[in-house]
Design a protein around this ligand. Structure first.
Ligand code: SAH
Length: 251
């Protein structure tokens, strides 16, 4: 399930502001749509990474956030950032897997996951994680989605290999209902949420690593693969994007 990755992967994804598309404004907008959330909710954040959105969430709630990731280095970074932002008492980090959550059933008012549910799968995550929600609990996730119906061959082929279950927004909204939730709202993240804190710093990093690994084919392949992902978005951002899906447990 979690394949070992070459060293260069860790260097590509080290000390960048985020580990996936997103921005604080979208985090705030999504949070404000959860109108029945209690004043001090217990929030489980899955795949928190270095935690830009965790800090933003902590600043909007009086509740507690349990922030889970399977990479200790990200949790360490999040803890550092939380201290700087003076929200460390609201955040508890847990090293663990989204496939085997180390929590009791019905313990959370809200499960939050930005750019992470694709790892378990949209449908699979919504089904498995539901048992950890209290009655009427919420899930807020961002997920890669087709934004149009007629997708050109290049992005179609890329995503057929990268995430074959990619679906249109309408289809994902159907999956939400099939999994026993009520759709509360959804919106596409702006293209700037891909660039400012993610692809722009990532691209600068790739440039530096391409020089460092110029004689190492395996690492160069990995670097080029990430560059291809960025180039694809440059050309086809009208066709796919990240969509925030907000839902409430219904059954
Ligand atoms: N939410 C963050 C990170 C998204 S990247 C952001 O938007 O910046 C996906 C995150 O999921 C990474 O931090 C990665 O370490 C974590 N992850 C990968 N596999 C996981 C697993 N099996 N269980 C828990 N977390 C996992």
């Amino acid at each position: 399930m979690d394949k070992p990755k070459p060293q260069v992967f860790y260097e590509i994804h080290k000390d960048i502001p985020r580990e996936g598309p997103g921005d604080n404004e979208s985090t705030r907008q999504a949070f404000s749509m959860l109108s029945e959330l209690s004043d001090s909710p217990h929030i489980l954040e899955i795949g928190c990474g270095p935690g830009m959105q965790t800090i933003e969430l902590a600043q909007m709630t009086n509740g507690l956030i349990t922030a889970l990731d399977n990479q200790k280095r990200f949790l360490d970074e999040l803890e550092k950032r939380a201290k700087v932002a003076h929200v460390e008492e609201k955040i508890k980090t847990v090293e663990g897997s989204m496939f085997a959550l180390p929590f009791s059933e019905k313990s959370f008012d809200l499960i939050w996951a930005e750019g992470a549910i694709y790892i378990i799968g949209f449908r699979e995550g919504l089904i498995y994680w539901k048992s950890f929600l209290k009655e009427n609990g919420y899930i807020a996730v961002t997920h890669i989605s087709w934004l149009k119906d007629n997708i050109p061959d290049e992005p179609k082929k890329f995503w057929a290999e990268g995430y074959p279950a990619i679906a249109t927004v309408e289809k994902n909204l159907e999956i939400v209902e099939q999994c026993g939730y009520k759709n509360i709202g959804h919106f596409a993240l702006p293209a700037s949420a891909w660039w400012n804190d993610y692809y722009t710093p990532l691209e600068a990093r790739l440039k530096m690593l391409r020089e460092k690994y110029k004689d190492d084919k395996e690492s160069l392949d990995r670097i080029n693969q990430t560059q291809r992902e960025i180039d694809l978005y440059k050309n086809y951002s009208d066709y796919y994007g990240y969509v925030f899906y907000l839902m409430q447990k219904a059954s």
